[in-house]
Design a protein around this ligand. Structure first.
Ligand SMILES: O=P(O)(O)OC[C@@]1(O)O[C@H](CO)[C@@H](O)[C@@H]1O
Length: 306
């Protein structure tokens, strides 16, 4: 089983508008509501790829109920979310159909009480004992200590479970110092972590700080991977138009899938780029267009980076 952790789960609302203009009102042409938060999206994609996956983190209130209802019945996915008194947040993605741009509004999330955090830690250790890999994903809700991911990484490492971290800011900085197996920042998050805007230098700096492998997402330009076995740049054949929300989560799903099935790095990266691009073609995060995924897989270019 692959375990994904989303401490700040979300009910993702996607609104489509003809053209987004500040200071005006808009008619929404379509509303999509889906269970979300980065690790939840990773879990949904992994389940669609045929993996057994367990999602944990927190869920509460009416939004938490809607999120859990949305997960129920997903084949291969087990809901091990810890109930909390506060309400799960909503995140709003507004897709501008004219420009193709997406604007994201992410609420902060519910206050997590100290006792709820302790309950989560117990559940996490229990779940890890049956996990082949774990992904720690997304922002932290209020009340969760800023060093939370560092502690979760240390627990996973002490139990011999490979751990991937996908977060930003101070939680990323502290998490990296706990030596995760893989981090997957985007170029801005990596620059913030290392102070360097040169992606190759920045990945080396992140590795010196503790990350074993750094997979940097370069948006439409693919992925740059710096691993103990080598460095690669994987690029899609062309630019995809659609909703990019969740594209990074699909890359994480492919990296975990490649990790547990022991795919060589170049193939892992090809899957990650193709799946990511296929997610842009789907209406919401946590979903992908299978035909696009299969078509692109043959056409992703993976070259050695120097
Ligand atoms: O606020 P966070 O935790 O950083 O990101 C949350 C979020 O924007 O990320 C996903 C897309 O990656 C969405 O499903 C989700 O709502």
């Amino acid at each position: 089983m692959i375990l994904t952790v989303t401490l700040n789960t979300a009910l993702d609302i996607t609104h489509r508008v003809a053209s987004l203009r500040p200071h005006t009102s808009h008619r929404v042409s379509e509303v999509i509501e889906r269970p979300g938060g980065k690790g939840v999206n990773v879990g949904r994609v992994l389940a669609a790829l045929g993996h057994e996956v367990t999602v944990t983190g927190f869920a509460g209130g009416g939004t938490g109920r809607a999120l859990r209802d949305g997960l129920a019945g997903t084949e291969g996915l087990t809901d091990a979310l810890v109930p909390v008194a506060g309400a799960t947040r909503r995140t709003i993605a507004v897709v501008d159909e004219h420009s193709g741009d997406t604007t994201q509004l992410n609420e902060p999330g519910p206050q997590i009480a100290p006792a709820e955090w302790v309950t989560f830690l117990d559940r996490y250790a229990e779940l890890l004992s049956g996990a082949s890999a774990v992904a720690l994903c997304g922002s932290l809700p209020p009340g969760v200590p800023v060093g939370a991911y560092a502690g979760l990484i240390r627990t996973a490492r002490s139990m011999g479970v490979p751990v991937l971290l996908d977060t930003s800011g101070e939680p990323l900085r502290r998490g990296v110092a706990a030596r995760p197996d893989i981090i997957k920042p985007n170029a801005d998050e990596l620059a913030e972590l290392t102070g360097s805007h040169d992606p190759l230098r920045a990945t080396e700096s992140a590795r010196r700080r503790g990350a074993h492998t750094v997979i940097t997402s370069l948006g439409p330009n693919g992925l740059l991977a710096t691993t103990p076995e080598g460095r690669w740049h994987a690029t899609p054949p062309g630019r995809m138009h659609g909703n990019p929300t969740g594209a990074g989560d699909s890359a994480v799903a492919a990296l975990l899938s490649g990790l547990v099935t022991r795919l060589p790095w170049p193939s892992r990266l090809a899957h990650a780029v193709a799946l990511s691009a296929a997610t842009v073609r789907a209406p919401a995060a946590g979903e992908f267009d299978r035909a696009t995924y299969e078509r692109l897989l043959e056409r992703v270019s993976v070259t050695t980076a120097s």
